[in-house]
Design a protein around this ligand. Structure first.
Ligand code: FAD
Length: 570
């Protein structure tokens, strides 16, 4: 059979489903992706947005996972420099000794003993240095600086030196917009299929069920009436269930019998609006321990905002409904306040919050039958084959943003081998579409410069466009100077990005455009007029009925308040 005649159906258009779809597409097979909601609307968007080796996983003996993650981190910085950027971290510590025995106990799986050995002093500098040295050894090909001891904490005036007298620094990476990364993976999959003469289709807002070797896709209510779509039928050769924390629910809908695969934990984040805090970070991330020893990240985020995360709470409900609790908000706010006691931070600094469910493997039982602490459950990905399915079918369990590409490569190789198709393409050194023509940090910087010169955009606005579209930003401006472009009211984004999102990036609803294509959800001050401007553009290109415009904007405004505690300014 020609590869083009083989059709692989990927359920779930999160970062993992998108990476698998792209990798299969690179070998010339046809790919159909379906998502019950929107592209990247699950854990992919609600993560800490780090591309990291996972220093903490060393304590749980996950050497291979850390090695793979570090290699992937460096690769993603190379192939998507506009979306994945190196980030220097400061690791403030309370003491120099202590923590080594606790870490040793963790490595051999004695979490309780580790806790009692550690006391309330947290991990000491010796233990952390041992971990960072191993981290350096494992990042063999990395060109980033090795870890170092921060000799003079006076350069970090915001941090409470009476509690944290010592600090280390090291480099990892940040993907501030995994939503955009996922779109680019899918766009690249579409291009790969086009160049092989194979089929690529993406059906978001569609729910799948299996009838023999056919996948039936029914439009969901979230699609709205304007983007009306018929039921679709796809003859599939293989199905991959990459629906993250929804994996078990998807298996029920297909339906396919399976033991429980996911034992998710929810993690909440705060997005803070405090210029003082943002400036105190000096462009670096802070990785500290909260009072209960859990890691807390305080990170520079989009538009001068600061991202703080995260919690790790077992979650058994519908992941769609996961929301940050008041307790989690208080916990995270107090962790930041403990680090930066001189910065006034309260609920008024809280611009919004968000929460995601980690698709961790179920069965958190340890050897002695006790439940493992959520933090100690492996973040490794697994591909589980369903032997009782009418066609080759797998589910993806676990995974990280960081390892999405290597998961894609491993999954594609397994699937194609099963189907007897040769692996003829690989994403290892393949730049994402927006990275074409950019070479590293320097390339990103030059692209920003070029955009400023060519369009007259401010440096900040140009940086934002490059952050969304990479080297394709100039095309999004229609090659016009800034003053000739119509802009989305109250923003520095051209209005043409709306039609691009709808026509080229699979957006259907106002929520799709605002949350995951243009990231307007993270405007520090989001005005109703901006939402109206996007909605009006949707009306003018026939993607929203004029009579539903007000109601659609109101519904989105209410969603922002309900789910994210975000107020839209009227
Ligand atoms: C709090 C938190 C912090 C994290 N921080 C990091 C980090 O800093 N770095 C890192 O590397 N990793 C991090 N992760 C892990 C990472 O975000 C996830 O492992 C990864 O995003 C999972 O991607 P996915 O594509 O498998 O799942 P998801 O992104 O959840 O995508 C699943 C998709 O499936 C869709 N879907 C649901 N049901 C169906 C159905 N029946 N049919 C079709 N589609 C369906 C959903 O709409 C969704 O779009 C974090 C995760 C969380 C929750």
């Amino acid at each position: 059979m020609r590869p083009q005649d083989v059709t692989i159906v990927v359920l779930g258009a999160g970062i993992n489903g998108a990476a698998i779809a792209r990798e299969c597409a690179l070998s010339g097979v046809s790919v159909v992706v379906a998502d019950a909601a929107d592209v990247a609307s699950g854990a992919t968007s609600w993560s800490t947005r780090l591309v990291h080796g996972g220093l903490r996983y060393l304590e749980y003996g996950e050497i291979d996972l850390v090695r793979e993650s570090l290699a992937e981190r460096d690769r993603l910085i190379r192939v998507a420099p506009h979306l994945v950027k190196p980030l220097k971290f400061l690791l403030p510590l309370k003491r120099s000794r202590g923590g080594l025995l606790a870490s040793a106990a963790r490595i051999v799986g004695f979490e309780k003993l580790a806790k009692s050995l550690q006391g309330d002093g947290g991990r000491g500098a010796w233990a952390v240095r041992a971990g960072l040295s191993l981290y350096d050894v494992l990042s063999t090909d990395s060109k980033w600086p090795r870890h170092s001891v921060v000799r003079d904490l006076a350069h970090w005036p915001g941090i409470d030196r009476s509690i944290f007298p010592i600090a280390m620094s090291y480099v990892d990476a940040q993907m501030v917009a995994p939503e955009r990364f996922t779109i680019e993976l899918l766009s690249d999959a579409r291009s790969a299929c086009a160049s092989h003469g194979s089929r690529f289709e993406l059906w978001n807002h569609h729910l799948a069920r299996l009838e023999g070797n056919r996948v039936i896709l029914e439009p969901t209510a979230s699609l709205g009436t304007q983007s009306r779509s018929q039921r679709k039928e796809v003859r599939a050769d293989a199905v991959i269930n990459a629906t993250g924390a929804w994996v078990d629910r998807t298996l029920e809908t297909l339906p396919l019998q399976s033991p429980l695969l996911i034992g998710g934990t929810k993690g909440s984040h705060l997005v803070l609006r405090s210029q003082e805090l943002y400036e105190a970070l000096q462009g670096c991330g802070i990785y500290a321990e909260a009072l209960d020893d859990r890691p807390v990240f305080v990170l520079p985020f989009l538009n001068g905002l600061t991202l703080v995360g995260t919690t790790d709470v077992p979650f058994f409900g519908d992941p769609t409904e996961a929301k940050a609790d008041d307790d989690e908000i208080t916990y995270l706010l107090s962790a930041v306040a403990r680090l930066f006691p001189r910065i006034a931070l309260g609920r008024e600094s809280l611009e919004q919050h968000y929460c995601g469910v980690r698709p961790l493997p179920s069965g958190r039982q340890s050897i002695n039958g006790k439940l493992l602490a959520p933090a100690s459950v492996t973040r490794r990905h697994m591909l589980i084959r369903h032997q009782n399915a009418p066609l080759p079918c797998w589910s993806v369990v676990g995974g990280k943003l960081t390892t999405c590409r290597s998961l894609g490569e491993q999954a594609a190789s397994k699937i194609l081998k099963t189907l007897g198709v040769a692996v003829t393409g690989c994403s290892r050194d393949r730049p994402l579409p927006g990275a074409q023509g950019l070479t590293g940090d320097q390339g990103v910087w030059q692209a920003e410069e070029f955009l400023v010169r060519k369009t007259g955009l401010s440096r900040v606005a140009a940086g934002r466009m490059i952050g969304l579209y990479g080297s394709q930003a100039i095309d999004r401006m229609g090659n016009h100077p800034f003053h000739l472009c119509k802009m989305i009211d109250g923003t520095t984004l051209p209005l043409s990005t709306v039609s691009h999102a709808l026509n080229q990036e699979w957006a259907h609803t106002l929520e799709d455009v605002v949350e995951r294509r243009l990231l307007l959800l993270f405007e520090p001050v989001l005005h109703r007029k901006s939402l109206l401007s996007v909605a009006n553009e949707m009306v003018s290109i026939g993607r929203l009925a004029e009579e539903s415009l007000e109601q659609t904007v109101n519904t989105l405004t209410q969603r922002f308040l309900r789910r994210y505690g975000k107020r839209v300014i009227v």
